[in-house]
Design a protein around this ligand. Sequence first.
Ligand code: HEC
Ligand code: CA
Ligand code: CA
Length: 242
Amino acid sequence: MNYRNIIILFLTSIFITTTFAQECPDLDPTGYGSCDMWLGYGWTGENCIGISGCDLNGDEAWFFQTIEECLSSCDTLGDLNSDGYLDILDIVIMVNIVLGNITPTDSQLWSGDINSDDIINVLDIIALVNIILNSSQEDRDTWQIIQEDILTPRCISCHETGTYFAQISGLVLTPDSAYSQLIDTYPTNMFASEDGLVRVSSDSGMYGLQLSFLWEKINAPNEEHFHSEHPFYGGLMPLGAP
Ligand code: HEC
Ligand SMILES: [Ca+2]
Ligand SMILES: [Ca+2]
């Protein structure tokens, strides 16, 4: 897998979602009485934490000796926000960890290290994107998937020739023009353009990602940064979505 295609891969995985069954029940750490007796590590739904109490209430199967044992039994590789789905939200969190914008929790350190080499880096991002893509059993090429699954249903209601929104954004995302309008082109937004961003950079790896305005426009967990540091970059896309 080539680093050069990471952004395209990244885009591809938007709105493709993989579901799986969560293994362990969510324990309530305050639910075992007010004694100080050490019970073990248990899964709370987001993380594995140490739990004390008076007795195990019949939950002995869900308490573990070490945090690693707990994470590997209860957490899911790739599910960084622990919502039971593998999707773009997990990729966005992982990218923000790699960029140093988010300090990962124990659970994220475990679930984000897809290739088990004890660090989270661009290789894990590629691995996660691959897991998500492979699960959807695609035989279309990447750009076709982006166009048919993302741009056409989610974006062209506004970004279509002749609409007012296409006019003010200067961006048309219908199949005949999306690729040529996105890759290595300058944004209409003059603040982003002056900052040296292109819409989607074909530069390699994380550097290309940081140069891409589209990344800024869809990186929802980073919304605060987006609005405070770039007050003139416009709205997050798709505009008006939750
Ligand atoms: C409800 C209408 C609407 C939808 C849906 C929408 N956009 Fe936009 N888009 C706009 C408007 C309006 C602008 C210009 C103002 C701004 O940047 O906020 C814009 C600007 C942009 C820009 C910056 C263009 C530039 O060069 O300055 C990008 C990139 C973008 N949209 C991508 C997308 C993508 C990708 C989607 C689908 C996931 C999408 N938009 C969905 C209305 C929309
Ligand atoms: Ca998830
Ligand atoms: Ca790793």
